[in-house]
Design a binder for this molecule. Structure first.
Ligand SMILES: Nc1ncnc2c1ncn2[C@@H]1O[C@H](COP(=O)(O)OP(=O)(O)OP(=O)(O)O)[C@@H](O)[C@H]1O
Ligand code: SF4
Ligand SMILES: [Mg+2]
Length: 327
């Protein structure tokens, strides 16, 4: 992994949203610290995953990568260049190189468009292919075939596909411009359990075939473990632990990661474990706890955790953790 080309290099990225209805007369504008200083890179051909409970900032991070939100602070470099300084033609190329597939293919696919145009539209807009050209039809047929759909379904509407097939159409559209990175935000969680594995296998096969990188966001840790090369665990807008996937799942260090993994294993009664139960609500990102942000829920919290923020420590090559237990 370490030899691979870095495609996307994210440094100290932040996104703060103003709290609606906060008290302007107080002179202090309350902010939701949705993403609060995260750094990671995405390398060519890998799957990099973000995990963490609802509201920890995963989608906001993805939206900044997709240019749908502007960072409050920090930088995103693509192939060594800061996207904040891109010209309009560089932005155009970047939008083609970084595509997305979201959770619900119903809402991302226009119901009135045939597969031919859903998948072919980026080629028409970006490559100037005409809608009735044989070149477009050939390319779309190839993409349908690559995602495991019958090329004869080229003139189907979204409702004529099953849920899993619609997600395949969304992946075909994302692949159409031969992107370097696809953001997958909960790509299988809206699908029937029986077809999730098929879609995950397809994503893996397509990665090998196209050499594309994935930025994967998923609640389901089994999905993350199956697809990822490297994983970052987020809590309240920050990365608390980061490692190669197998290392993270076999040797989790941060109390929060341990709790997430043990909660996921609770559906596997055949596996013995010391269960760590995550108690309490996630605190508001508008008012994160001082010191270690996890201290209000951490079973191992001690005095220092309340007043001092833990620093990032590298415990093994490529395995970092932010927790005072490892000082
Ligand atoms: N446009 C916005 N304006 C204000 N607050 C926002 C906005 N977008 C996100 N937030 C807040 O930022 C925080 C992070 O949201 P985000 O959608 O990134 O979480 P997430 O990790 O993707 O959660 P989930 O797993 O539920 O999808 C949440 O508290 C959310 O309410
Ligand atoms: S720093 Fe303290 S509160 Fe935070 S995870 Fe470690 S032990 Fe728990
Ligand atoms: Mg989300």
């Amino acid at each position: 992994m370490s030899e691979q080309t870095v495609l996307l290099d994210i440094k100290d990225l932040k996104k703060h949203f103003p709290v609606k209805g906060s008290m302007p007369w107080s002179g202090v504008k309350a902010m939701i610290r949705a993403v609060d200083g995260i750094s990671f890179d995405i390398r060519a051909g890998e799957t990099f995953s973000l995990v963490g409970e609802s509201g920890c900032g995963k989608t906001t991070t993805a939206k900044m990568v997709l240019l749908l939100e502007t960072p409050t602070e920090g930088s995103i470099q693509f192939e060594g260049n800061d996207i904040g300084g891109f010209s309009s033609s560089q932005l155009h190329d970047y939008r083609g190189a970084v595509q997305a597939v979201f959770q619900d293919p119903w809402s991302s696919l226009s119901p009135r468009m045939r597969a031919r145009f859903i998948i072919g539209e980026p080629l028409m807009v970006n490559k100037g292919l005409s809608s009735r050209s044989s070149e477009l039809a050939d390319k779309v047929s190839q993409l349908l075939n690559d995602v495991g759909l019958d090329p004869n379904s080229i003139d189907n509407y979204p409702h004529e596909f099953s849920g899993g097939q619609r997600q395949r159409v969304a992946v075909a559209r994302a692949l159409s411009l031969n992107p370097r990175i696809i953001v997958l935000d909960e790509p299988v969680s809206a699908l029937d359990v029986s077809i999730r594995a098929q879609i995950m296998n397809m994503l893996k096969d397509l990665q090998a075939e196209y050499g594309v990188s994935y930025l994967l966001i998923a609640h389901n840790l089994a999905t993350v473990r199956y697809l990822s090369h490297r994983v970052a665990v987020m809590y309240l807008g920050q990365i608390v632990e980061f490692a190669e996937s197998e290392e993270l799942f076999t040797n989790p260090l941060h109390p929060y990661t341990k709790a997430l993994i043990s909660a996921a294993l609770s559906t596997r009664p055949d596996i013995e474990r010391d269960e760590i139960v995550l108690t309490g609500e996630v605190p508001s990102p508008a008012n994160p706890p001082a010191g270690c942000r996890f201290h209000t829920r951490c079973p191992w919290a001690f005095d220092r955790c309340v007043g001092e923020e833990p620093k990032v420590k590298e415990m093994a090559p490529g395995h970092t953790v932010s927790c005072h237990l490892f000082d």
